[in-house]
Design a protein around this ligand. Structure first.
Ligand SMILES: *[C@@H]1O[C@H](CO)[C@@H](O)[C@H](O)[C@H]1NC(C)=O
Ligand SMILES: *[C@@H]1O[C@H](CO)[C@@H](O)[C@H](O)[C@H]1NC(C)=O
Ligand SMILES: *[C@@H]1O[C@H](CO)[C@@H](O)[C@H](O)[C@H]1NC(C)=O
Ligand SMILES: *[C@@H]1O[C@H](CO)[C@@H](O)[C@H](O)[C@H]1NC(C)=O
Ligand SMILES: *[C@@H]1O[C@H](CO)[C@@H](O)[C@H](O)[C@H]1NC(C)=O
Ligand SMILES: *[C@@H]1O[C@H](CO)[C@@H](O)[C@H](O)[C@H]1NC(C)=O
Length: 808
């Protein structure tokens, strides 16, 4: 499949084939000089009377420019003024515009996964604005377990975005964040995600989206059709997408076979939170099929679930060339091109990232396969989002933003702080860390990531073929240079570390240094979009490098791992010469500074792993392509994520050490919850193990409950060590014993608290009974089980029972 093959090459950065990428880039460059489009600082907004006068058009004849009319009326007026051909020309990511209506071209595709990016052609860097702030990749940001921080990052990114828009260098629609659960350690895109737990992923999603979208003071608007948007975010990829390319199975052909239970409980939950809690203005459907049907062609997923059940206010976009992939990859129903566009439009897909809608929708209408009214509906969904984002009228709050609001000291500091907060301490014998500058004056900083720059910003950052880069870089050797005299040796040519020839200089450096820091791990050549991992080991000779350096080192050895997915580093965990291990994700442009600050105790680490680190043999036990979370005894599959996997790990989900110690005291709990039943509520059956007595009323459907009951939990957390620091408090629930096929425990709440040495702080949680004690049964029902539930704090530091009963 040469087409798909070339497409793949490019997709890891941009669109369809390599040739089209170049085209896209040229088109974008043209946009910034084209008089009919947003250009430079003179562009304010579409319905600017001066602009219409310049275009020699009478603005009065365009009701869509009348700001006194409701958005839906204006959007309808705009669409109704277009011919069928004009309408269709607006339905690809690179929308044509309609010159006679004063509507310029618009590029819908911009990206802002962890900072502004030029991976989408809608955002362009050049001499005027060459840089933007690059935050750590999302997996490290997730490890901070800090909701407030997640929202703050979104706010800084959207401020830079709005500034770029004012300068004619960006659109207002960003296809971020990525909120697929990291179901398997081999998946290449873990770096983009907030980890393996659906509740964390959904919480991250709603916070980041609100950071990008919310205009201060309008967070609680009742009418979601008019709520202003700072910029429009997009939750992707919907749904059950997490195989990229593994042993010849790629996403353009993959059919994810998922149970309704897993769909409801794990795959859909983050998207539900993103739409309902985050009020995201867009969702992107994915390349794969779900139980036989391409997700972009599934009316159940798009029209029913997203629009009707979750009440999406916004537009649905296809992952780039998904509609084409339906025809050429999946060969779905032996569709013609016209069948495919008709099906996806009818299923609820509003916008095609690609050319299929503009190319084939005209014929599809002529052949009677789809109605023009479906096209009108899609366009209205799209224009209402642009109206909300001020594309037509401007948004005064952001009018003044410009070049000086990009790469500010504050945003660079925030990016550094995010890295510090995410960095996770996995081992600290002695304790050896933090190092002090008085004793540790000479530092050997070795390994393929010791002078890392580009690798620290991961993917969805800056496409190397286009202008644009972070505000600046601080590599690990730069960071450590501020604490001591650095002796650097790469040890390997790159992370693949094919040969051992560069190891001896690294060994020599370690022999004389007061302390040795080995910075190793993976990069986009090992785990990336379009590239799943085949094993869980450090690549090539990296293990030899670490062992040889550790054996020769004069001083303590600190291993720093730059990875997204977990690696089996059991050898280093048990090696007594390796005193400390830090996981640093891909820590962003300022990563080196954050790492050095943690090693030298300027910052006390408190990150926790957002994914399970499995042992290397995990991959032999189940294929990446099996989608289920639960163990499958018939196949010998062990189950996935902390919720279902009960076997040995290298490090468990939620693990992370500190330079201080915290002590928990349970202050107040509510030991029972009695849910009120309505007159016509009936008991729901639930499967129990044969050796357990099933309660007479095993459960109630959540949809039959008012869900107005809450349980409160108050903990007192004391910092009983000698150093100020933060603690991440994790709280789980566990359903009554004996229910078959349910999880071991599920995360229901978390808070990150900062506590001075010796001080204590009260930490209060309020849990909704249905949300926090509910489970999904094997028929896909959300139910609240009767009986003895358990609340578990942290790694079992405290646990207590909550009895659930029902009353009339
Ligand atoms: C698929 O469609 C093509 C073109 O319409 C047709 O020639 C072919 O017979 C179809 N194949 C199947 C299996 O229906
Ligand atoms: C930004 O920080 C640099 C040094 O880190 C300093 O020289 C400069 O004055 C700061 N700028 C502002 C606007 O605070
Ligand atoms: C570190 O890498 C940069 C390029 O990213 C290079 O310019 C610099 O010379 C390298 N530093 C050392 C000490 O090799
Ligand atoms: C931690 O709390 C427990 C229970 O309140 C108490 O018995 C113990 O002494 C405390 N430990 C420290 C180090 O303060
Ligand atoms: C424990 O809770 C009670 C009230 O429920 C409160 O008065 C007390 O201050 C709390 N204890 C601590 C140490 O915060
Ligand atoms: C009950 O049965 C399950 C398997 O169905 C088994 O794992 C468990 O150990 C049994 N418990 C008792 C108390 O026998």
């Amino acid at each position: 499949m040469p087409k798909i093959l070339s497409f793949l090459l490019c997709l890891s950065f941009t669109i369809t084939s390599f040739v089209i990428c170049i085209d896209e880039k040229e088109k974008v460059l043209k946009i910034s000089t084209d008089a009919a489009t947003p250009t430079g600082s003179d562009f304010t907004y579409i319905c600017d009377p001066v602009r219409y006068a310049k275009l020699k058009l009478d603005i009065k004849s365009f009701a869509f420019c009348d700001s006194k009319l409701p958005y839906n009326v204006r959007a309808k007026d705009l669409v109704d003024q277009m011919t069928l051909a004009e309408k269709i020309a607006q339905l690809g990511n690179n929308a044509d515009g309609v010159a006679r209506l004063g509507l310029p071209k618009y590029e819908w595709w911009s990206e802002a996964l962890h900072g502004l990016s030029n991976v989408g052609p809608g955002t362009v860097f050049d001499n005027l604005v060459p840089h933007a702030t690059s935050f750590p990749t999302v997996i490290l940001t997730a490890a901070s377990f800090n909701e407030k921080l997640w929202r703050e990052i979104g706010q800084v990114v959207s401020t830079e975005a709005r500034a770029m828009y004012n300068l004619g260098r960006s659109g207002l629609t960003f296809w971020s964040p990525t909120i697929n659960v990291a179901r398997d350690p081999r998946w290449g895109r873990i770096t983009e995600t907030p980890g393996e737990d659906p509740f964390i992923v959904g919480t991250y999603a709603s916070n980041y989206v609100r950071g990008l979208q919310d205009v201060a003071g309008t967070e609680h608007y009742k009418d979601l059709n008019t709520r202003p948007l700072k910029v429009a975010a997009c939750c992707k990829h919907f749904a059950a997408y997490d195989v990229d390319n593994w042993h010849g199975v790629d996403r353009y052909h993959f059919d994810a076979r998922v149970t309704e239970q897993d769909l409801e409980e794990s795959f859909l939950r983050p998207f539900e939170m993103c739409v309902k809690d985050g009020d995201a203005s867009s969702v992107m459907c994915s390349y794969n099929r779900v139980n036989g049907i391409p997700s972009c062609a599934d009316p159940k997923l798009l029209r029913e679930t997203l629009r009707q059940e979750w009440n999406l206010h916004g537009y649905i976009v296809a992952d780039c060339d998904s509609v084409e992939v339906m025809v050429t990859g999946h060969k779905f129903l032996n569709d013609s091109n016209e069948d495919a566009v008709a099906q996806t439009l009818k299923a609820g897909l509003d916008l095609d990232c690609g050319a299929y809608y503009p190319k084939y929708l005209g014929n599809a209408v002529n052949q009677g396969k789809v109605r023009e009214s479906n096209i009108d509906e899609a366009l209205q969904n799209l224009y209402i989002v642009l109206l909300r984002a001020g594309y037509f009228d401007g948004l005064p709050a952001y009018k003044a933003l410009g070049k000086n609001d990009i790469c500010t000291n504050r945003s660079i500091e925030l990016a550094t702080q995010v890295a510090r907060e995410g960095i996770t301490l996995l081992k600290n014998d002695g304790p050896t860390l933090p190092l002090n500058t008085a004793t540790f004056k000479t530092l050997a900083v070795v390994g393929p990531h010791a002078n890392s720059t580009v690798a620290m910003i991961g993917n969805y950052a800056f496409d190397p073929r286009n202008p644009g880069s972070p505000c600046r870089y601080t590599s690990p050797i730069d960071g450590f240079s501020t604490y001591g005299k650095v002796n650097y040796a790469a040890g390997c040519g790159d992370v693949k570390c094919k040969d051992a020839s560069l190891i001896p200089p690294a060994v020599e450096a370690a022999k004389t240094a007061d302390a040795t820091i080995i910075v190793t791990g993976l990069d986009l050549s090992i785990e990336a979009e379009g590239l799943d991992r085949l094993d869980l080991l450090l690549p090539g000779k990296q293990t030899d490098l670490i062992n040889q350096v550790a054996a020769a080192a004069k001083g303590p050895v600190i291993l720093v791992l730059m990875t997204a997915g977990g690696v089996d580093i059991s050898f280093a965990k048990t090696n007594p010469k390796i005193k400390a291990i830090l996981w640093v994700g891909y820590p962003g442009a300022e990563g080196g500074r954050a790492i050095a600050d943690v090693v030298f105790g300027q910052y006390n680490p408190a990150g926790r792993l957002p994914i399970t680190w499995y042992q290397a043999d995990y991959i032999n036990k189940l294929p990446l392509t099996s989608m289920q979370f639960r163990p499958d005894d018939s196949q010998g599959y062990p189950g996935r994520t902390y919720k279902f996997f009960n076997g040995p790990t290298v490090f468990p989900f939620g693990f992370g050490l500190s330079y201080t110690k915290f002590n928990y005291t349970l202050n107040a709990t509510v030991p029972s919850l009695s849910a009120k039943l309505q007159r016509f509520t009936h008991c729901h059956d639930l499967n129990y193990m044969a050796n357990k007595t099933k309660p007479t009323c095993p459960a109630i459907l959540v949809s039959d409950l008012q869900c107005g009951e809450y349980i409160e939990l108050t903990l007192v957390v004391q910092n009983v060590g000698g150093k100020v620091g933060s603690e991440v408090v994790l709280v789980y629930s566990k359903p009554p014993d004996g229910i078959t096929g349910t999880f071991l425990k599920q995360l229901i709440g978390f808070q990150r608290v900062y506590i001075a040495a010796g001080a204590s702080q009260e930490v209060k949680f309020v849990f909704n009974g249905c949300k926090s004690l509910g489970i999904v049964d094997n028929a896909g029902n959300n139910i609240l089980p009767f009986g003895g539930h358990t609340i578990i704090v942290g790694d079992g530091v405290a646990s207590f029972p909550v009895q659930v009963t029902f009353h009339n």
